[in-house]
Design a protein around this ligand. Structure first.
Ligand SMILES: Cc1cc2nc3c(=O)[nH]c(=O)nc-3n(C[C@H](O)[C@H](O)[C@H](O)COP(=O)(O)OP(=O)(O)OC[C@H]3O[C@@H](n4cnc5c(N)ncnc54)[C@H](O)[C@@H]3O)c2cc1C
Length: 387
């Protein structure tokens, strides 16, 4: 029996996926999560083919699909509701093996947590520092009983956008920056069928994603200065988007007050020179926090987890080479997706100039469906490592 011990810092989608992946390769895992009662908030999520292949590799595909909704058909509309571009679900399935899935974040979180023994998740445990030595690492954390340390062969930094581990390992690197937009989201009961679609207006977008079981996740984003808050965020969304095409007003009318979340969008604009330092590997938003415009942040975190688990399957002995392989496989791809996501935001949600909007609309209408899909496949057509 191995006693290879990994400490995963952060119990979000990336950290839990990494814990599942490492356990499948024979590691004993401790996940340290600073929240005392960790619950994934943040409404819904779109999972593309790459994320689904990653979850299939972790053995979680069937459980997830039972709680999710196949997204079809869909596309992009203008704010009067005219389709600019449509996604052909059958063609997508032929090309990528699956449509995208709409899932409530709480469902994905539950599926990941259920795949781990309860004893491996330490809640109310905030990691303060990690010391990576030649033969082991030491994790200093503050738990419910005060400060403690724990030894580990491997430490995974999955502590999100404001990662303390990233700041510790790369102190000269700039912090994440504001990407120029603020976003609102909610998951609501809405029994009418809706397509999985995005509507673009000047410097704004509104998206809707069916989650199944009479639930819909909607999100809205606007270009605006950072730090804004409204006493009633739902009223702020209604004020801007309430005059857009149906079913946007109907979705907003069905949204209970108080369930709307608002976040300024930040991303890691300066890419990391490595995802690894000693025995510490960064993953998910800690490694490559990106804008949500391609719906790939969680997908990339899941890919990281699958690749890290496979790379570390030989245990602690070959760890330097294993982590170098992880960095080599994951950094170029995830950083390219992050760049593409920021660019998609600039030419999508953030475009404001009326002439540019007209040119974009005409170009989208003229783009054949297969070319739209080819663009999507660039990021979604990922295969997990074999062997
Ligand atoms: C508006 C919006 C929409 C999005 N839509 C999509 C989408 O449709 N599809 C998609 O794939 N992605 C989407 N994303 C991105 C996705 O949500 C993130 O990329 C993903 O959740 C990152 O997961 P993570 O585990 O790396 O980080 P997080 O989810 O941030 O988890 C980090 C965890 O670490 C814990 N933590 C932090 N510091 C410490 C510490 N010192 N000690 C212990 N624990 C700590 C935190 O409490 C947290 O639980 C969206 C993001 C936004 C903002």
């Amino acid at each position: 029996m191995n006693d290879w011990h990994a400490v995963v810092v952060g119990g979000g989608i990336g950290g839990l996926s990494a814990a599942v992946a490492l356990r499948r390769h024979g590691w004993r895992v401790t996940v340290m999560e600073r929240a005392a009662d960790p619950r994934e908030v943040g409404a819904g999520l779109t999972l593309m083919a790459n994320a689904l292949r990653g979850l299939d590799t972790l053995g979680l595909g069937p459980a997830l699909r039972r709680g999710a909704h196949a997204e079809a058909p869909g596309g992009i509309r203008d704010r009067r509701g005219r389709w600019l571009s449509r996604v052909d679900a059958a063609r997508m399935t032929r090309q990528l093996g699956t449509t995208a899935l709409g899932v409530h974040r709480a469902t994905l979180h539950r599926v990941l947590r259920d795949a781990l023994p309860a004893s491996s998740l330490w809640t109310g445990a905030e990691v303060e520092h990690v010391e990576s030595g030649p033969h082991a690492a030491e994790v200093r954390f503050r738990g419910p009983d005060g400060p403690r340390t724990l030894a580990a062969d491997l430490v995974v930094g999955a502590d999100g956008l404001r990662s303390r581990l990233r700041a510790q390992l790369f102190p000269q690197l700039p912090a994440p920056v504001y990407a120029g937009s603020t976003a609102w989201r909610a998951a609501i009961a809405f029994p009418e069928p809706v397509p999985a679609a995005i509507t673009w207006g000047p410097a704004a977008e509104f998206g809707m994603v069916p989650l199944g079981n009479g639930q819909v996740y909607w999100f809205a984003a606007r270009t605006s200065p950072p730090g804004g808050h409204a006493p009633d965020e739902l009223a702020a969304v209604r004020e801007h988007f309430g005059g857009w095409h149906e079913p946007i007003p109907a979705l907003l009318a069905a949204t209970p007050p108080g369930v709307v979340l608002r976040n300024d969008i930040h991303h890691l604009a300066t890419p990391l020179p490595s995802y690894v330092r000693g025995r510490v590997a960064l993953l998910g938003d800690a490694a490559h926090a990106m804008t949500p415009n391609l719906g790939q942040g969680a997908g990339q975190a899941i890919e990281d987890a699958v690749v890290l688990g496979a790379a570390c399957s030989g245990g602690p002995h070959g760890l330097p080479a294993a982590l170098a392989a992880y960095d080599e496989q994951r950094r170029p791809r995830s950083q390219a997706v992050a760049r593409a996501s920021a660019q998609a935001g600039r030419y999508g949600q953030q475009l404001r100039n009326p002439l540019a909007l007209a040119v974009r609309g005409a170009a989208l209408r003229l783009t054949p469906g297969w070319a739209v899909l080819r663009g999507m496949a660039r990021h979604a057509d990922w295969r997990p490592p074999t062997g």
